[in-house]
Ligand binder design. Structure first.
Ligand code: FES
Length: 111
């Protein structure tokens, strides 16, 4: 794993969340109550890019078939509406360590 520089903290705070290509990964990152979170941004169902962040519940909904993921641990909490019996325990997303270093945000991703 390697810490990779991404976007500025100011940009993330302004948007609240962002999906950013970091090395070979697309990472969904968000800030809430002063904490930073990072998770794979590619939905485990059919590879859409996540983007609908609910900061109150700390969840991210996929725009394609509305699967919902817990941003704190990557677990799928609601299945896609087109696959209600999907094995949610096997469809979680990877979460990443994330940190702020001065002006920028870094994410610890595979080399
Ligand atoms: S691609 Fe995300 S729920 Fe289907």
């Amino acid at each position: 794993m390697t810490w990779k520089k991404t976007i500025s903290l100011k940009a993330l705070e302004g948007a609240g969340n962002a999906s950013v290509k970091v090395g070979d990964n697309v990472i969904f990152m968000a800030t809430s109550n002063g904490n930073l979170y990072a998770m794979d941004a590619v939905c485990s169902h059919a590879k859409c890019i996540l983007g609908d962040f609910d900061s109150g519940n700390m969840t991210v909904k996929c725009p394609c078939h509305h699967a919902v993921f817990d941003l704190s641990n990557g677990k799928m909490t609601e299945p896609p509406f087109v696959a209600k019996n999907a094995p949610m325990d096997k469809l979680g997303l990877k979460t990443y360590d994330i940190r702020e270093t001065g002006e920028f945000i870094e994410v610890d991703v595979p080399e």
